[in-house]
Design a protein around this ligand. Structure first.
Ligand code: SF4
Length: 161
C-alpha cells in the first residue's frame, strides 16, 4: 500500500484499542517491577481455548503492552510465569523447571479454571493436578476461558498501570 494512503487510513480509522479502564490497585508487586513485567506463557495442558484469549489480550485491540506487560520467549527474561491449562503428567516437571529458571522476584499466574482447579478435566487420566499442585501460585484468573479483558485486568494488577 502507498504510504500516504496508509497514513490517511490511520488518521481516518483513529484509535481502535479498547478504552483503558480506571487504573487498578497494584496488589502484586507493581512497585517491585517498576510498572513493567515480562511474561513467559506456559501451556501446561490446555485445550487451547485459554491460549486464544491470552493471544487476544496481547493483540492490538486489548493491547496489554500499553500497561507494561510483554510476552517473552525465555523464563530467564521473565518476571511472571503465566500458566494455562491443567498440568499434565508430562508437563509437571517442565513447568517446575520453567518457574525455577525465572529470576526472583517472580510471580506465577494461573489463568483459566483448568489452571485453578482442573476445571472440566478434573480426574482425567493424564492430569497431574492444578497449577498450585505443582508450583506456588500468586494470582488466579478464573473463567473457562477468561475473557481477554479479565486477563488484561489481572496483568494490570501486576504492573500497577
Ligand atoms: S479453562 Fe476452559 S478454555 Fe481454558 S484450558 Fe480449561 S477447558 Fe480450555
Amino acid at each position: 500500500m502507498n504510504p500516504w494512503n496508509l497514513a490517511r487510513r490511520i488518521v481516518a480509522v483513529g484509535r481502535v484499542a479498547e478504552t483503558a479502564p480506571s487504573q487498578p490497585v497494584a496488589e502484586h508487586a507493581g512497585a517491585v517491577f517498576g510498572g513493567s513485567v515480562q511474561v513467559r506463557h506456559v501451556d501446561a495442558g490446555s485445550c487451547n481455548g485459554c491460549e486464544i484469549e491470552v493471544g487476544a489480550a496481547f493483540n492490538p485491540v486489548y493491547d496489554t503492552e500499553r500497561y507494561g506487560a510483554r510476552l517473552v520467549a525465555s523464563p530467564r527474561h521473565a518476571d511472571v510465569v503465566l500458566v494455562t491449562g491443567v498440568v499434565t503428567h508430562n508437563m509437571a516437571e517442565p513447568l517446575r523447571r520453567t518457574v525455577e529458571a525465572t529470576p526472583r522476584p517472580r510471580l506465577v499466574l494461573a489463568v483459566g479454571d483448568c489452571a485453578h482447579d482442573c476445571g472440566v478435566f478434573r480426574g482425567a487420566f493424564g492430569v497431574r493436578g492444578s497449577v498450585a499442585d505443582v508450583v506456588d501460585v500468586d494470582l488466579v484468573v478464573p473463567g473457562c476461558p477468561p475473557e481477554p479483558a479479565v486477563i488484561v485486568e489481572a496483568l494490570r494488577r501486576v504492573t500497577g498501570r
